[in-house]
Design a protein around this ligand. Structure first.
Ligand code: GLN
Length: 264
């Protein structure tokens, strides 16, 4: 029988800002190119979720209003979701979905309770943090690049960030951290087509999910020259050759706010 992964996309009708769905396509293609199958299951709010059938979960971004709707449902699946994570289940949670991994997200309209899967909290701030972003993590062979647009400021408790901000704002615009890496869970403010831009992140998640399912997470190499070239271009354009730090974060800030508003 062919190897493959079952990928659960939680609440794409509500959490799908900036084309987060493209991340599912990236999972699928990178499995298929290696002769493996992707069985993608979309869950709406009322659908029961059997976590024992899932190998990889995507929780996308959403507006505060949509997060509030989802939060009621998350309360009901919190225990099963936590067991899945503690058992090494792979998760990609983006922006609004990332905030929901934590204990809470405080907004001007009230508290959105999170899943408490990861030790982090989020509070709404002003202005929104909107920028291209470049981050680095020595465990990944290339920088991770993307785009952020969030009102929430996230602070990590007892867990590691996904990376260090070289350009952009990251979790809160202050501590130089972006996202979270906990067991086989990646939470990040980088949304839109995060994985096509960062195939190394896609393969990290696929590898972890395959390892858990088959005891072997080895992935055959793919021809990623174009993706790597694009990643290099973006990293050089925004973060330059040297580690960028606060100076470049300010540059991102100046450029970003004018065109956006609202509580996305
Ligand atoms: N509503 C959240 C915020 O503004 C998340 C936004 C998003 O998912 N892009 O912080």
């Amino acid at each position: 029988m062919k190897k493959g992964l079952t990928i659960g996309h939680l609440y794409p009708d509500l959490l799908n800002l900036y084309g987060d769905r493209g991340n599912i396509q990236c999972f699928r293609k990178r499995l298929e190119w290696r002769g493996m199958e992707a069985d993608v299951r979309e869950f709406s709010l009322d659908d029961p979720v059997d976590f024992s059938k899932l190998d990889l979960i995507l929780l996308g971004g959403g507006s505060d209003r949509e997060q509030m709707i989802v939060c009621g449902r998350l309360r009901e699946i919190k225990k099963e979701f936590r067991d899945y994570v503690e058992d090494g289940g792979a998760v990609l949670a983006v922006c609004g979905g990332y905030q929901l991994l934590g204990h809470y997200y405080d907004t001007q309209d009230g508290r959105i309770e999170g899943l408490s899967l990861v030790d982090l909290v989020t509070e709404q701030g002003s202005p929104r943090l909107i920028s291209n972003e470049v981050i680095e993590n020595p465990s990944f062979k290339m920088p991770i690049v993307g785009f952020e647009n969030h009102g929430g400021r996230t602070r990590l408790g007892d867990c590691e960030p996904l990376g260090t901000v070289r350009f952009g704002y990251g979790n809160n615009g202050e501590d130089g951290h972006e996202g979270v890496l906990y067991k086989n869970v990646i939470g990040t403010y980088l949304h839109g087509p995060l994985l096509p831009k960062n195939p190394h992140v896609c393969d990290w998640l696929l590898g972890r999910a395959l390892e858990r399912k088959y005891g072997d997470g080895t992935l055959s190499p793919l021809d990623d020259r174009q993706e790597e070239e694009a990643n290099r271009y973006i990293a050089a354009r925004f973060a330059g050759g040297a580690a960028a730090g606060a100076g470049n974060r300010k540059a991102g800030r100046g450029r970003s706010h004018a065109a956006h508003g609202g509580n996305a």
